[in-house]
Design a protein around this ligand. Structure first.
Ligand code: 4NP
Length: 164
């Protein structure tokens, strides 16, 4: 169970069927492995609305499952105004999505709205490229980037919030 004091982390991409569900599943796995499910809540959403209610793209699911992440239960939803109340970390997969989120951001929001890779301590290119029109290697690249950033993000949250 997660309490009301838990730290909310929302991953955001365009469709919520490729990149952000991957980040959702991988980061949730890291949180569970660290025994921090009561302390950190994880969710994902899209800035677009084309795929509402659908499970992750079959190519995303296949690539993730091969690395041990089952994403089948996830369903696409669109970012909503209430997300700024429920999540103190809202992390975008690329600059276009970050710009869209900045337009939605209420003035009172004091959480962290940033690129996922930056929050995860990555250097160099800080975008997770959209794999939707790409081949299998693009989906592997998403997983490669997400796994590294998920580890970095968990380490950052543990240090900042003094989690066990
Ligand atoms: P995602 O990928 O933003 O990582 O979920 C995409 C999924 C669908 C589309 C674009 C990107 N689309 O244009 O339908």
């Amino acid at each position: 169970m997660t309490g009301p004091q838990s730290i909310g982390v929302l991953f955001v991409c365009l469709g919520n069927i490729c990149r952000s569900p991957t980040a959702h599943g991988v980061f949730e796995h890291r949180v569970e492995r660290a025994g921090l499910t009561g302390a950190i809540r994880v969710d994902s959403a899209g800035t677009g609305d084309w795929h509402l209610g659908l499970p992750p793209d079959s190519r995303t699911q296949r690539a993730a499952l091969a690395r041990g992440y089952d994403l089948e239960h996830l369903r696409a939803r669109q970012v909503a105004p209430a997300d700024f109340r429920h999540f103190s970390y809202i992390l975008a997969m690329d600059n276009a999505n970050l710009r869209n989120l900045e337009r939605l951001r209420p003035n009172w929001y004091r959480g962290e709205l940033d690129l996922f890779l930056r929050a995860g301590g990555c250097h160099g290119s800080l975008e997770v490229p959209d794999p939707y029109d790409g081949g299998a290697s693009h989906f592997e690249q998403v997983l490669d980037l997400v796994e590294v950033a998920a580890d970095g993000l968990l380490a950052a949250l543990r240090a900042r919030h003094r989690l066990g």
